[in-house]
Design a protein around this ligand. Structure first.
Ligand code: SF4
Length: 570
């Protein structure tokens, strides 16, 4: 019989093993594997690489833990989600994995046994919020331990990018959490949670070269939503100097097209009307899982990468083609993108398909070629502006969105003015604007000085926001009198008004009223309906409209090219 000390050391050792790629699907082989590890311990390569074999894709049965503490049934999980849409989708994946293992979900803090915090590390502000939330949860955990419910101890798990970035601090210094799981370790969560019952902190932050969760059908936390997110790829190879993503989410890898198409079909069957294809850099998508022609990746003119040009496999244009064909009445969006990966074949499929939204995300990040060089974005201001012109010509009426950073290392007032002038020139419908926040581990952290004072960053940020608001107000006002196809998302509780979004993802608000439906009668508007709405008023981020009639994507656009349909006015 192994001593307690020895077995807990072994548990820690086993915890280091990446169980993700295990092919031990049967109970007996899994138990044999664990027995073997109990007897001999992990081998050297498992210790060094932390990766190897097995993987528990079924509910973990850990022989050295009593059954009672492996019983996940009825353990209630509370999710806290911070950050980007990828995190929302990752939460759906986590919930799918845990639900299969018998966990339950609660939206009420007091009922929860496990708090899982899905984190973001992109800016310091995002991390600060999460540290505050952890303080609150630790207080909650202490109070539970002193209450009459102390037999239901609270566990806190930290997932996502911050887990990857701050593992040591979280565990050793702060002792803030019971579980730390990085973005590629979610399959391992049931096992990690089981290990915490023996009083240890369970950690798996290994990054993978191939994990895409392709076989996990996410269970949407918000089942009522008419839209859903689908992860099509993970990680990023671009290594922009300011960005933490390649360090927290690892190398770029794409999910096979077949599994994405299956998921789109499944969502369509459930009545979902809009899917957003998600990834750090969706348009560099490459499905290398099957046999296919060795097609080169075409890059937009004037753009380059730090990595070797990818060859073979199915590209983003192929994916858009297949996904948009699943259900012509389902809207397709995608984000985030890199401007370099908008070759003509992608623009063509967007312009040809009625159900692919004519909204292209072209994150410029800066309007100054010198700053872009320091950011290692792989293009100049001129190449970017050429691309904008090309996209506008290929998809008439296209909407554009962007990300911009001000106050990056060494940014002078003149360089910032170039960003302002780019925003003047391009007419972005949507812009995400940020003051620079230096992150450890990035190239900028090692190579540059974060030398723009906070006050200057703040002031430049305010100027960008002002300009963006003024410009988007004008763009939206130009829509007055036009008819937009709006997908209805919800009914505003306070006013009873209807809220939806047009193709460019701008919110459209209108009053509830019975309108002509496609069967010739009249009916009220409900979430999930496509409605033709005449725009009668505009703010910088909201359009007001009058609903005209129920419609469908095909009926609305029938016999009209995109250029014509966008110009339709009553
Ligand atoms: S392309 Fe985007 S996610 Fe990738 S490193 Fe650059 S900024 Fe980060």
């Amino acid at each position: 019989m192994m001593s307690l000390r020895c077995s807990s050391r072994l548990i820690r050792q086993l915890n280091k093993i990446n169980l993700k790629n295990c092919r031990c699907y049967s109970d007996s082989s899994r138990i044999n594997f664990m027995k073997d590890k109990l007897k001999h311990g992990p081998n050297l390569s498992e210790f060094i690489t932390g990766s190897s074999e097995p993987i528990l894709t079924e509910r973990p049965n850990i022989p050295y833990l009593p059954d009672s503490i492996q019983d996940n049934l009825k353990r209630k999980v509370f999710f806290d989600v911070y950050g980007c849409q990828m995190n929302l989708n990752d939460t759906d994946i986590v919930w799918s994995i845990l639900k299969k293992e018998g966990f339950e979900r609660t939206k009420i803090e007091e009922e929860a046994d496990i708090f899982l915090v899905m984190t973001c590390a992109i800016r310091e502000g995002a991390e600060t919020k999460i540290w505050h939330r952890l303080d609150h949860l630790r207080g909650f955990k202490r109070r539970r331990a002193l209450s009459k419910y102390k037999n239901r101890p609270v566990k806190i798990g930290l997932l996502g990018c911050m887990a990857e970035r701050l593992k040591e601090k979280l565990i050793e210094k702060e002792k803030a959490v019971d579980v730390v799981a990085g973005p590629d370790s979610y399959r391992d969560l049931p096992r990690l949670l089981a290990l915490t019952d023996s009083g240890q902190t369970a950690v798996n932050v290994l990054l993978s070269l191939d994990e895409t969760y392709a076989d996990v059908v996410p269970v949407r936390l918000n089942q009522d939503s008419v839209s859903a997110f689908i992860s099509i790829m993970r990680g990023c190879d671009n290594m922009c100097t300011y960005c933490i993503v390649p360090f927290t989410r690892g190398r770029e890898r794409s999910r096979p097209i077949a599994s994405i198409v299956d998921e789109v079909r499944h969502l369509s069957d459930q009545g979902v009307k809009e899917v957003t294809l998600l990834g750090q850099n969706v348009n560099s998508y490459r499905d290398l899982s099957g046999q296919s022609e060795k097609l080169d990746t075409h890059m937009a003119k004037g753009f380059k990468t730090v990595y070797k040009n990818k060859k073979g496999g199915l590209r983003f244009a192929d994916l858009l083609d297949k996904v948009s064909a699943v259900d012509p009445e389902m809207r397709i969006r995608f984000t985030a993108a890199h401007p370099k990966d908008f070759p003509d074949e992608v623009l063509q499929v967007i312009s040809e398909r009625d159900n692919i939204c004519k909204m292209v995300h072209l994150p410029a990040q800066s309007g100054s070629s010198a700053v872009l060089e320091r950011m290692r974005r792989g293009y100049s201001r001129e190449a970017y502006l050429d691309l904008v012109g090309h996209v506008k010509a290929a998809i008439p009426g296209v909407g554009l969105s962007t990300d911009m950073i001000c106050g990056f290392c060494g940014e002078t007032e003149e360089e910032f003015q170039e960003t302002m002038s780019l925003m003047q020139l391009v007419d972005y419908n949507v812009a995400f604007l940020f003051p620079y926040s230096m992150r450890e581990k990035t190239t900028a952290y090692r190579r540059y000085k974060d030398d723009v004072p906070e006050q200057v960053k703040k002031e430049r940020h305010n100027r960008m926001v002002d300009l963006y608001r003024r410009k988007s107000q004008l763009l939206n006002e130009a829509e007055i009198g036009h008819t937009h196809l709006v997908l209805v998302e919800s009914i505003v509780q306070k006013t009873g008004q209807i809220l939806g979004r047009n193709e460019l993802y701008i919110k459209v608000l209108f009053d509830q009223t019975d309108i002509l439906s496609q069967d010739g009668g009249k009916r009220a508007v409900t979430p999930g309906d496509f409605v033709a709405v005449r725009i009668v008023g505009a703010k910088s981020s909201l359009l007001n409209g009058v609903p005209l009639y129920h419609t469908s994507i095909r009926d609305f656009y029938r016999d009209k090219s995109w250029g014509e349909r966008y110009a339709v006015s009553l």
